[in-house]
Design a protein around this ligand. Structure first.
Ligand code: PRX
Length: 680
C-alpha cells in the first residue's frame, strides 16, 4: 500500500495531498461468528443516530451498575468540557470485580503468563482478585493516607499486580497515573510533578527477553531526578516479582521504600467498601505526547469512560463472559487500560496478561499461550503482527487454537500483513477489526462492527455507533465521501469515552482538540465543537475511513506515541547541542522510527562519541523506544528565511525521497550537502 503521509506542517496541508491507494476487496465474517455475535442488529445505527443523541448512550451506561442513577445524560453548559451521566454515582472497581462475584466468583478474572515459560501461569479468580484488591486498597488508604482525588503514579510492568493496583486505587477514588514501564525514571518524574503525585508504585523487576530487569533502579533514578527539580517522592512502594524474594540489587531506602508484599501481611483479609464516585470524578490520567515537549495528562472520567469501555468491548471485541480474551498490548498505554483491564473486566470476561516480548523465546510463543489457555479473542498491534510474520510465518499452523475474533490497533496495517493475520493467525476462521482511536478518546472511534460490516484490509471502517465522523479540509469544508482527498478527521459530537481535559491545562485542551474548527467560542451547543483528532484520513465510497497518520509532530514508533519535541528536548540536554530536529523514517517492522539531526554550538566538532552520547541522552531522558535510528551531526539545518527548521526537507533526505523545491530556503546549498552525508 502506498501511504502518503505528511507529518509536518510547513507548506503542504493534508487536504492538498491527493491520495492514491489501491482498493481492496471485502472479507465476510464466518456464519459461525455471526451466529454468536453480540451485535447483529443494524438498527443500532438508527438508535445511535444524531436525532437520538445523547440519550442513545444510555445503552452503554446500562451495562454498568450504578449506586445512584444519573439525572442528565449530557451537560454541555461549559463546552467543550462535557459532563456525562450527571448526578450518577458508581465505583469502577465494584463494576469490574464485586458485582461479578455472585455468578462468577470462581471464574478466572486474570490469567497471568510469565515470560519465562517454565514459570507456571497464574489463574486468578474473581474472588481472589477481590481479596487482593481490597487488601491493597486498605493499605493505600490506611498506611499511605491516600484519599479520594489524590493522584498516585504507577510504573509497573505487565503483571497481574498492575490491574490489582489500578482497581485498588479506583476502589478508594484515587486517580491512578500509570507510566509505561519502558519509560525511564526521569520520564516518570516529569509526569509525577505534573500530576502532583508523590507516591510511586513499582516492582523490583520483571522479565524482558529472558532477562530480569532491575526495574527498582528506575525508581532510584526517579527519586534522584526529582531532587534536581526540588520535588520529593515521599514513598516508593515496591511489589516483588517473585513474592517473598526481593529481586533487585538496589538497596531499600529506609523510610522511603516499602515492599508491598510485606506490608500487605498487616491487611490480610481486610475488605473495605468501594467509595461511590460521581460519574465525572476522574478515574485515571494517561500521559501522552503532543506537539509541544511537555506530555499531556489526559484525564478520563469514571462513568463515561467505563460505560464506553464496556460498550465498545462488547460491540467491537465481541466479548462474552465465557470468552478467554487476550489483548497482547501494554497496560501502560490506553489500549491496555480500556481493553485489557476496564472493558473486559466490566463485562466479567477472563483477561490474559502476558509479561514479555511476543517473540520470546521464539515466534511460536503467542500461539502456544493461545492453545494452552483456549484464547478465542486476540488483540494486538501491527508492529507485533509484522514481527511475528517475519520471524515465524508458519508458526500459527503448528498450534491447535481457534480464534473467533482478532483486533489490530495503533498504526495503519498494510494489506499484505492484514492478509497474513487473517489467513495464517486467524486460520480464515476469525473476523478482524482494525480499530482507530487514541489515548484521548477512551475507546474505539472507527471500526467495522464484526457482526454487521464486511472487513477491508488496511482500512479501519465506519464510525462506531454514536460516533459521527467528518473529514474537513483546512478551511473547514467537509470533504465528500469517496472524494479520494485526504483531510483532517474529526468527530462531530461528544461521546462518553472522550477525555475530560488535560490535567492542569484546560487552555491547551481547548486549543489542541476543539479550537481548530470552532467558530463560536462561547457556544454551549456541542454542534459547534467538533473534536479534532490530529490524524489525516480519507473516506472511501463505502463510508469506511482509512487513517493516514498524524498531521502533527507525533511519531508513532512501533505503536508507541512519541513527541518529536520530547526527543529534541532530550538531545538538547547534551551541552554541545545547539539545535535538534527529529523526523520519522519508515521501518519494515516498527512502522516508523525517529532520525535525529543536530547542529552543534560554535567551537564543537562532530564525533562518533558525541553521536552516541546524544543517543544515550534520548534513551535516559525518555526510553529505549525513542532511540534514534541515527544521530546526524550537521553543519547547519535547512531553514526558511524566518529561521524555521524545515523538517519536511530533513524527512525527505532521511527517506531518500524528493525534497521538492528548496530554492526559497535561506540556505538551499545545505540540502545537497546533507543529502550527500545521508546517502554517501
Ligand atoms: O495516528 C493514529 C494512530 O495512533 C494514534 C493514537 O495513538 P495513541 O494515543 O497512543 O493510541 C493508540 C491506541 C488507541 C492515532 O492518532 N492509530 C491508532 N489506531 C490506528 C492508528 N492509525 C491507523 N490505524 C489504526 N487503526
Amino acid at each position: 500500500m502506498e501511504r502518503k503521509v505528511e507529518v509536518f506542517d510547513d507548506d503542504v496541508t493534508e487536504a492538498e495531498i491527493a491520495v492514491h491507494l489501491r482498493e481492496e476487496g471485502y472479507y465476510h465474517a464466518p456464519p459461525k461468528f455471526i451466529a454468536q455475535a453480540n451485535l447483529t442488529d443494524p438498527d443500532i445505527f438508527k438508535r445511535f443516530s444524531l436525532e437520538n443523541f445523547p440519550e442513545c448512550f444510555k445503552e452503554y451506561a446500562d451495562l454498568l451498575t450504578w449506586s445512584k442513577y444519573w439525572e442528565k445524560t449530557l451537560d454541555t453548559s461549559n463546552a467543550p468540557f462535557w459532563r456525562w451521566f450527571v448526578g450518577g454515582k458508581l465505583n469502577a472497581c465494584y463494576n469490574c470485580v464485586d458485582r461479578h462475584l455472585e455468578k462468577h466468583r470462581n471464574k478466572a478474572a486474570i490469567h497471568f503468563v510469565p515470560e519465562i515459560e517454565s514459570e507456571p501461569i497464574i489463574h486468578m479468580t474473581y474472588q481472589e482478585l477481590f481479596m487482593r484488591v481490597n487488601e491493597l486498597a486498605a493499605f493505600l488508604r490506611n498506611f499511605c493516607g491516600l484519599k479520594t482525588g489524590d493522584r498516585v503514579t504507577l510504573h509497573m510492568p505487565m503483571v497481574a499486580e498492575l490491574p490489582i493496583t489500578m482497581l485498588a486505587c479506583a476502589r478508594i477514588g484515587v486517580i491512578h497515573s500509570q507510566v509505561f514501564s519502558g519509560f525511564s525514571g526521569r520520564a516518570v518524574v516529569d509526569r509525577m510533578i505534573d500530576s502532583g503525585s508523590d507516591i510511586l508504585i513499582t516492582m523490583d523487576g520483571y522479565y524482558r527477553n529472558g532477562v530480569l530487569q532491575n526495574h527498582k533502579g528506575q525508581a532510584d533514578v526517579a527519586c534522584e531526578h526529582a531532587h534536581e527539580h526540588d520535588f520529593n517522592i515521599e514513598k516508593v512502594l515496591i511489589w516483588q516479582r517473585h513474592p517473598g524474594t526481593y529481586s533487585s540489587k538496589r538497596p531499600l531506602v529506609e523510610g522511603r521504600d516499602f515492599i508491598i508484599n510485606d506490608m500487605l501481611k498487616h491487611y490480610h483479609h481486610t475488605t473495605i467498601d468501594p467509595v461511590q464516585m460521581s460519574a465525572e470524578a476522574p478515574l485515571f490520567l494517561m500521559y501522552t505526547s503532543g506537539t509541544t515537549g511537555k506530555p499531556k495528562g489526559c484525564q478520563h472520567s469514571t462513568g463515561g469512560y467505563l460505560a464506553y469501555a464496556a460498550g465498545t468491548a462488547r460491540i467491537v471485541q465481541d466479548i462474552h463472559p465465557e470468552d478467554v480474551y487476550w489483548c497482547m498490548a501494554d497496560i501502560g498505554w490506553i489500549t491496555g487500560h480500556t481493553y485489557i483491564v476496564y472493558g473486559p473486566l466490566a463485562l466479567g470476561a477472563s483477561t490474559v496478561i502476558y509479561e514479555g516480548v511476543p517473540t520470546y523465546p521464539d515466534a511460536g510463543r503467542p500461539w502456544r499461550i493461545a492453545e494452552e489457555l483456549g484464547v478465542n479473542i486476540f488483540h494486538t498491534s501491527p508492529t507485533a503482527i509484522r514481527a511475528l510474520r517475519r520471524s515465524g510465518p508458519d508458526e500459527p499452523k503448528k498450534h491447535n487454537y481457534h480464534f473467533k475474533h482478532m483486533t489490530t490497533v495503533g498504526e495503519p496495517i498494510e494489506p499484505e500483513v492484514w492478509k497474513w493475520y487473517y489467513e495464517v493467525v486467524g486460520k480464515g476462521e476469525a473476523v478482524i477489526v482494525d480499530t482507530w482511536w487514541q489515548t484521548e478518546t477512551g475507546g474505539v472511534l472507527c471500526s467495522t462492527v464484526p457482526g454487521l460490516h464486511p472487513m477491508k484490509p488496511g482500512t479501519a471502517g465506519p464510525g462506531m455507533p454514536g460516533i459521527h465522523v467528518v473529514i474537513y479540509d483546512e478551511d473547514g469544508n467537509e470533504i465528500p465521501r469517496g472524494a479520494n482527498r485526504a483531510g483532517n478527521i474529526c468527530i462531530r459530537n461528544p461521546w462518553p469515552g472522550i477525555f475530560q481535559t488535560i490535567w492542569g491545562d484546560s487552555e491547551r485542551f481547548v486549543k489542541s482538540y476543539y479550537a481548530h474548527y470552532n467558530k463560536k467560542e462561547k457556544s454551549t451547543d456541542w454542534r459547534d465543537w467538533p473534536y479534532f483528532a490530529s490524524d489525516g484520513a480519507v473516506q472511501t465510497e463505502d463510508g469506511y475511513y482509512r487513517i493516514l497518520g498524524r498531521i502533527d509532530d507525533v511519531i508513532n514508533v512501533a505503536g508507541h506515541r512519541l513527541g518529536s519535541k520530547e526527543i529534541e528536548s532530550a538531545a538538547l540536554t547534551v551541552d554541545e547541542v545547539a539545535e535538534a530536529a527529529v523526523v520519522p523514517v519508515a521501518d519494515e517492522i516498527k512502522g516508523r522510527i525517529p532520525d535525529l539531526y543536530v547542529a552543534l554550538k560554535p567551537g564543537f566538532q562532530p564525533s562518533h562519541e558525541l553521536e552516541q552520547r546524544i543517543s544515550a541522552a534520548v534513551v535516559s531522558e525518555i526510553s529505549p523506544i525513542a532511540r534514534p535510528r541515527r544521530v546526524w551531526i550537521v553543519p547547519d539545518m535547512p531553514k526558511t528565511r524566518s529561521g524555521k527548521i524545515m523538517r519536511r526537507v530533513l524527512a525527505a533526505i532521511s527517506s531518500g525521497s524528493d525534497t521538492g523545491d528548496v530554492s526559497t530556503l535561506a540556505n538551499p546549498e545545505i540540502v545537497a550537502e546533507l543529502r550527500k552525508m545521508a546517502n554517501p
